[in-house]
Ligand binder design. Structure first.
Ligand SMILES: Cc1cc2nc3c(=O)[nH]c(=O)nc-3n(C[C@H](O)[C@H](O)[C@H](O)COP(=O)(O)OP(=O)(O)OC[C@H]3O[C@@H](n4cnc5c(N)ncnc54)[C@H](O)[C@@H]3O)c2cc1C
Length: 308
């Protein structure tokens, strides 16, 4: 049942005093520019504010969704029931230790991944070069173990501070978080608040050169300035989803405003006015075609969220 604004205000009274967005179009918060309205949209300022929210949302039985940069999600046209919690205000990044061989950093979840990569580049910290050009936040990159060019987010993570849905905050060692290819064991009801990472110290010029080389390769092979959600499907073992989609003949195929990129077939682009239903219809068509031609079932990499 949809609550009125007054009912929401009553729930948050004395618990959450910051700005509350109602019926927030998620198309304004996703890289794809797609997504219906979230009932409530919040941008808490600190961990205490999130803890208070967790307690009240649990008591009231209200579902919530944690948003990073919105670069790997497809929000359905019906929007999101309950509360969207954006981590955009969690932007602190600082050097904890710097030795001759390595450096340790504390990074909050809402720091943009590109800000982190560029910070490392400027200081000669190696270990994040391959993440250049991946949009979104550090929190999102940790949850999905984002990676490219043989470099994954998990490679530099030492520990992660996570708040669970009862408001309990714990710090977990990276080894216990089940990181794998584009996955981790971090649950949908857990909120990543920050991470400690360790990088290797190298000549600044060498780190800059590698970062620049990867960025040139990424720009040449992926439509990074178009509206997409990154790779639609995970790569099956020993092959690339993009190659399979290309060889099945789907490059340039369109459903409404959504198009299979002609540059990289595993990216679907919103050419303007596209909807989540169109995106899902194109996913269905492409995966059915690949299954028929190659007998391979493609597994989605993007997270599809929201009401149908
Ligand atoms: C042009 C383009 C290129 C891309 N290239 C790559 C690439 O090379 N490699 C790659 O791996 N990915 C790539 N991506 C996908 C995407 O950028 C990454 O997966 C990114 O790490 C997602 O981060 P985000 O902050 O945008 O997460 P979101 O899209 O906001 O969220 C993704 C998931 O993580 C959860 N989440 C986000 N933040 C938190 C948090 N703080 N706590 C708990 N849960 C959270 C969300 O609930 C959701 O389930 C690309 C995307 C685009 C658009």
């Amino acid at each position: 049942m949809k609550l009125s604004q007054q009912e929401w205000l009553d729930i948050f009274k004395g618990v959450y005093e910051e700005e509350i967005g109602f019926d927030m179009p998620m198309s304004e918060h996703t890289w794809l520019s797609i997504g219906g309205p979230a009932d409530v949209f919040l941008m808490p300022q600190d961990p205490l504010s999130i803890r208070n929210l967790m307690v009240v949302l649990k008591n009231e039985g209200v579902p919530f969704f944690t948003l990073g940069g919105g670069t790997n999600i497809l929000v359905r046209d019906g929007g999101i029931e309950g509360v969207v919690i954006s981590l955009k205000n969690f932007r602190r990044m600082e050097v904890l230790k710097e030795g001759d061989e390595s450096a340790e950093l504390f990074i909050e979840a809402g720091v943009s991944l590109q800000k982190y990569v560029n910070f490392c580049k400027e200081r000669g910290y190696s270990g994040a070069e391959g993440l250049i050009g991946i949009p979104g936040t550090v929190g999102g990159a940790i949850c999905g173990n984002a990676g490219s060019f043989g470099c994954e987010m998990k490679d530099s993570v030492l520990s992660v501070a996570i708040m669970d849905s009862s408001g309990r905050l714990d710090r977990f060692k990276a080894e216990g978080l089940g990181f794998g290819y584009r996955r981790s064991d971090i649950k949908g009801t857990d909120i990543v608040l920050s991470a400690n990472v360790r990088l290797t110290r190298q000549e600044k010029e060498a780190v800059t050169r590698r970062t620049g080389k990867f960025f040139s390769e990424k720009k040449a092979s992926q439509p990074i300035s178009d509206r997409s959600a990154g790779c639609v499907f995970k790569n099956p073992q020993n092959t690339s989803a993009g190659r399979l989609i290309d060889e099945a003949g789907y490059k340039g195929m369109r459903v409404g405003g959504i198009e299979v990129s002609t540059l990289h077939a595993n990216f679907f682009i919103n050419r303007g006015g596209g909807t989540a239903s169109e995106y899902l219809a194109l996913m269905e068509r492409v995966s059915a075609g690949v299954r028929e031609k190659f007998g391979i079932v493609l597994e989605p990499e993007i997270k599809v969220v929201g009401r149908g």
